[in-house]
Write a protein that binds this ligand. Structure first.
Ligand SMILES: Nc1ncnc2c1ncn2[C@@H]1O[C@H](COP(=O)(O)OP(=O)(O)OP(=O)(O)O)[C@@H](O)[C@H]1O
Length: 264
């Protein structure tokens, strides 16, 4: 059975159709990247999978259970997420923010245990945020804050991780570090990952499968080699490009050709 099934998912904001009958089978322990041009519905899809937006009955199933019928508490033990906007209004320390990921496991007013602190410490080491633990979340850079919110999602210890542009604020070293961590969780702990990414080449290197969306529909889904082809990328992103083979990994590598780029 797929870990997550999306069946004919349709979603409208008012009269505007944004998701137009999506079908996906997402397998356990695999890394899926969700790609597609701005406004094609990637975040809306993730928000439906998280029940931040209310999906229709019989349209999203986790381990065979219709999420329509799952409580918020049950959902928070099944799915952790990193939103696109990681800004936090409250003046909490980084450690407090990370520990919030343990809330689904605590009773009302119960304090975190030594084990919770240990889980938080491990996640902070994985995301290179431990040295920030006593700082206020309000005083972090965008990239530091993004890594803290990833740590919070990791401590939730769910089998599903949904990430919305998790590397958008990170320098290249932390981009690779973060995707390495997520890929490690995927492989070693059998966590299912769906990450919205804009960097096609990063997605190719880290994903088992790519889901390519356009105008609320799945245009292609498959391995990076199956999906990242010149004709498909040019058509969906409406731009000229060439796709070469990455000399190190043998995977497809997209080189965009802007109007200002000259051939040698
Ligand atoms: N709250 C909202 N109310 C009305 N329309 C919305 C709302 N949120 C998003 N939309 C519209 O829905 C469409 C899909 O938005 P969504 O955020 O899912 O796209 P996306 O693929 O994640 O885009 P991006 O790559 O720019 O983040 C867009 O046309 C957007 O303008």
């Amino acid at each position: 059975m797929p870990h997550i099934t999306v069946k004919d998912l349709r979603f409208k904001y008012g009269e505007e159709t944004v998701l137009d009958g999506l079908n996906l089978d997402i397998q356990r322990g695999k890394f899926y990247s969700i790609l597609g041009p701005n406004g094609c519905g990637k975040t809306t899809l993730l928000k439906n999978m998280l029940k931040i937006l209310e999906p229709n009955k019989n349209s999203i199933f986790i381990e065979g259970n219709d999420i329509y019928n799952l409580s918020t508490k049950k959902m928070s033990r099944l799915v952790a997420s990193v939103p696109q906007d990681t800004s936090v209004d409250f003046d909490f320390s980084v450690l407090d923010i990370v520990l919030m990921g343990r809330t689904p496991y605590l009773k009302s007013f119960e304090l975190e245990s030594e084990k919770d602190l240990q889980i938080a410490k491990e996640a902070m080491e994985m995301t290179d945020t431990l040295r920030l633990k006593d700082k206020s979340i309000k005083n972090l850079s965008g990239g530091e804050r993004q890594r803290v919110i990833v740590a919070r999602a990791i401590v939730q210890q769910t089998n599903i991780l949904l990430l919305d542009e998790p590397i958008s604020h990170l320098d290249i070293n932390h981009q690779v570090g973060l995707l390495d961590t997520v890929a490690f969780l995927c492989k070693e702990r059998e966590i299912t990952v769906s990450a919205v990414l804009h960097d096609i080449n990063m997605a190719v290197e880290y994903s088992d499968y790519i889901i390519l969306l356009n105008e609320g529909c799945v245009v292609a889904m498959g391995t990076p080699k199956e999906v990242i082809k010149k004709e498909i990328v040019q058509r969906v992103y409406k731009m000229d490009c060439c796709v070469i083979e990455n000399p190190i990994t043998g995977k497809p590598h997209v080189i965009p050709i802007g109007k200002g780029r000259r051939a040698i």
